[in-house]
Structures are given as structure tokens and as C-alpha cells.
Design a binder for this molecule. Structure first.
Ligand code: PLP
Length: 364
């Protein structure tokens, strides 16, 4: 019998969330972002879940190739661009679009342009502006020059104007509000032609009324996670990954007994504990503290003691009927992943992406 842990992926909920992203982005086309193995859901499953997207966007060149091999015909965008000249040949071979964010990438393009344009290759590229995130992109004052240089390259077909928001979920951010990033974008892009691509999930959900996008790039919302600003449920999003397991052991302990590695929890009264077949080697966050919510037999209870590699312990006080084999929901349907993430000091993105290889995955 397999160990009872299981991740169930809800393809219909992915479709629902994508439809919601599109409804929130009237007039814009939508990339379905499926980097990091479809945020942990599996590349092929995400491709099916987002079949109605106008294109798919990711970071990994090898997975972009896999999407083509699996039959994806619509556009594919490499969000971090190409990592060296060799990637340009892969892009040519598999009809991939890419972000261009630095002079080194312009040099690589210039070096191969004659060879590629002779073969009839012309790329659709996304020129990235650094509007304050200070990760990738050209400064606003260098943007027009980069645009001119890119436009002059013979193997370039189109240039989309692109930036990325640092705080789209926090309207009143004291240091870098979204309005400031938009202002910098407008300054840097003034007078330049081409479609615009600005919004991630937070932009789509919280700023669709004032941002002008020709393409949006939703990620986390498609997987039923909130980017912040409200809960996933309040946004109308549905969970796409439910991580379940079972109670595999029960202990009745006396007042004063301690639980788990480090003996971090001490029972004040006699109590019943359940041991769940799920640990940090399955992707459950090891830093989840006492009180992290968890559902046993349909009842919400709390994590106690330290999460270990293969197991964690829960308080069965509110679930006296629980027994070996009782169903446990770690996150997903019935237990919002964002609540677990918040308790553990992280975000839903990290939990999904960290789902471990050893956890069997089914669809349902
Ligand atoms: C990951 C990513 C997105 C999607 O972000 P979410 O917050 O998951 O919606 C959009 N654009 C770029 C450039 C990204 O890297």
C-alpha cells in the first residue's frame, strides 16, 4: 500500500481561474505563467489547464521546448530571456519569444542576426524596463536607446514594452507604490510604439481599472493563490492543488508530556494527538509553528510540535472521532494554502512550488 500522502490537481479550477483573469483584463491577451513546473502542478497539467490562454510564459528553456513537443501551438514566452547565444538557436528552432533585459542579450542578438535572418528567423521580443524592482531590465532613461538598438537588429520582428511590479499588492507602499512604477514606465516608454505588458496577478486583480495592458501575465492567481490584497476566495479564485494525507498514529498523552524533536510543545492537559504522514520532505514547511491550521476528518485543528521529515503531529481535541486512516487536508480544497503559508511565514507560491517529487499526483 502506498504511503497515504497525495496531491490532487484540479484542472477545471485552473480553467476557472484563467477565465477569471481574462474577464478582469478586458482588451488584453493573457499569458498563462507556468514557470517552476507550473508552480509545482506539473508542466503538462498546467498546459492543459491553461489551454485557453493566448500564450504560455515561463523561465526554463528546456520546458519551453517540452511545451512545443507536447503540442502547444500558440506563443511561448521566456520571461527571463535567453541565457546565452546558444538559446537563440533553440528559440529559432521552437518559435519562442523572449524578454530582453540587458546589453549582453543585445550583443548576442547582434552576433547572430545575419545568420538567423538569412534563415528567415525573426523574433518577437519583450524589452524589459526596470521601473524600480531593480532586478532585471533597462533603466527608464536607457530604455529608448535599447529599443532603438533592438529595432535595428535584422532578426527582430516585434518589440513589446514590458515591466514588472514590485508592490502591486500594496497600493500605498511607502517606498515604491505601483503608481510610481507606472510613472517611470510612461517616462521611459514615451513615444515608443508596440504592445505593452505590465500586469502580474496582483496587477490583474487589483489594478485592472487603471493599467493599460495589451498582454497580462497572471501566475499565482491561476493556481488559486492570492497575490495579496484580499483572500483567494474573496477574489473568486478556486484552489488547484489539494494536498491530503491520513492519520497514521494516535497518542494519548498526559499533562506535562512533550511532543516531537526539540520537545517544543508541552501538553497542559491530557490530550490526544494524531500523527500525519506528511513532513518537510513532502514539501510541508518545516517552519510551520504551533497553531498552523490543518483539517482532520473535516474539522479544523492545529499543528503541534515540530514538523519532521516524514511526519507531523496535530491536536485531535476538536476531533475526538479521528482514528487511524482519518483524512487530513494540509492545503487546498477546505484549507486555503495562503493561510498555511501565512502561518509559516511564507507565501502560497513557495508551498506549491516546493511540492516534493515523492508525493504522488493525481487529477480530480
Ligand atoms: C512569475 C512572473 C509573473 C507572474 O507573477 P504572479 O505574481 O505569480 O502573478 C509575471 N511576470 C513575470 C516577469 C514573472 O516572472
Amino acid at each position: 500500500m502506498p504511503r497515504p500522502i497525495l496531491a490532487t490537481i484540479h484542472i477545471e479550477s485552473m480553467q476557472h481561474n484563467l477565465a477569471l483573469a481574462k474577464a478582469r483584463s478586458p482588451g488584453a491577451k493573457a499569458w498563462g505563467v507556468l514557470k517552476a513546473n507550473g508552480y509545482g502542478h506539473g508542466l503538462e497539467r498546467a498546459m492543459r489547464g491553461f489551454a485557453d490562454a493566448d500564450g504560455l510564459a515561463l523561465i526554463e528553456v528546456d520546458n519551453a521546448v517540452k511545451l512545443r513537443e507536447m503540442g502547444w501551438k500558440k506563443p511561448i514566452l521566456l520571461l527571463e530571456g535567453f541565457f546565452g547565444p546558444a538559446d537563440l538557436h533553440t528559440m529559432a528552432g521552437y518559435d519562442l519569444q523572449a524578454a530582453v533585459h540587458c546589453n549582453a542579450q543585445l550583443e548576442w542578438l547582434e552576433a547572430v542576426q545575419a545568420q538567423l535572418s538569412a534563415r528567415g528567423i525573426r523574433f518577437d521580443l519583450h524589452l524589459k524596463m526596470n521601473t524600480g524592482m531593480n532586478r532585471l531590465g533597462f533603466m527608464p532613461e536607457a530604455y529608448a536607446a535599447a529599443h532603438a538598438r533592438l529595432s535595428a537588429i535584422s532578426c527582430v520582428n516585434s518589440i513589446t514594452l514590458m515591466t514588472h511590479f514590485a508592490n502591486a499588492d500594496d497600493v500605498d507602499h511607502p517606498l515604491l507604490p505601483i503608481t510610481e512604477q507606472v510613472r517611470r514606465f510612461e517616462v521611459g516608454a514615451a513615444g515608443l510604439p508596440g504592445p505593452r505588458s505590465l500586469s502580474n496577478s496582483a496587477g490583474v486583480l487589483l489594478h485592472h481599472d487603471h493599467l493599460k495592458n495589451d498582454w497580462v501575465r497572471p501566475g499565482i492567481m491561476l493556481y488559486g493563490g492570492t497575490p495579496g490584497g484580499a483572500t483567494a476566495e474573496e477574489f473568486g479564485l478556486q484552489p488547484t492543488m489539494t494536498l491530503t494525507s491520513e492519520i497514521i498514529g494516535v497518542q494519548d498523552i498526559a499533562a506535562g508530556e512533550v511532543v516531537g524533536y526539540g520537545s517544543r510543545f508541552q501538553a497542559e492537559v491530557p490530550m490526544r494527538l494524531g500523527v500525519v504522514a506528511c513532513g518537510y520532505a513532502d514539501g510541508y514547511p518545516r517552519h510551520a509553528p504551533l497553531g498552523t491550521p490543518i483539517v482532520v476528518d473535516g474539522v479544523r485543528t492545529r499543528l503541534i510540535g515540530r514538523v519532521s521529515m516524514d511526519m507531523l503531529t496535530v491536536d485531535l481535541t476538536p476531533v475526538p472521532q479521528a482514528h487511524i486512516g482519518s483524512k487530513v487536508v494540509l492545503w487546498g480544497q477546505g484549507m486555503p494554502i495562503d493561510e498555511v503559508a501565512t502561518a509559516a511565514g511564507t507565501i502560497g507560491y513557495e508551498l506549491m512550488c516546493a511540492l516534493a517529487q515523492r508525493v504522488p499526483v493525481v487529477e480530480g
